[in-house]
Design a protein. Structure first.
Length: 153
């Protein structure tokens, strides 16, 4: 016998006889991966962006929570500091730490705070550029206007 006994799944009374997820009332049209909501593959593909100007508002909406942006700022600041340190000291192997520092904080933000898929997976170069643009606008105090234009409150 297992230490905790047998676990039995029970359906709510209003779903008696339901055999598949689609039979359940208000079955979600998405799947969950580690608590993140992802689009159902059977649904229409997400929009594709052909220019950075089209991508930028999408990027800001994917970073709608202040804590998500704050973790991105930490990562981007570390990347810049590591680059400066490597150049000034000639310890070029430190450059290998740049992606780790940047992506660690960014992905931590997406997986734990925003609970969405990082834009890096679909648009790696535009996402990198947008991250530095967001960081620079934050440093110079001009990010608020961009967030409002993108519909982020």
């Amino acid at each position: 016998m297992r230490p905790y006994g047998r676990i039995r799944a029970r359906w709510p009374a209003d779903t008696a006889g339901a055999t598949r997820q689609a039979d359940l009332p208000s079955a979600p049209r998405c799947r969950s991966i580690a608590g993140m909501t992802q689009p159902d593959p059977a649904q229409k593909d997400p929009p594709r962006y052909s220019t950075f100007a089209e991508f930028w508002p999408f990027y800001l909406r994917e970073h709608s929570r202040p804590r998500t942006r704050a973790l991105h700022y930490v990562g981007t600041t570390l990347v810049v500091l590591i680059a400066i340190f490597a150049v000034l000291t000639g310890r070029w192997w430190w450059l290998l730490a740049m992606p780790v520092a940047g992506y660690f904080f960014a992905w931590l933000a997406h997986f734990t705070v925003e609970k969405n898929r990082p834009a890096t997976f679909t648009y790696p170069l535009w996402s990198l550029g947008a991250d530095f643009k967001m960081w620079w606008l934050w440093l110079t105090g001009r990010l608020g206007a961009e967030l409002r234009k993108a519909g982020v409150r």
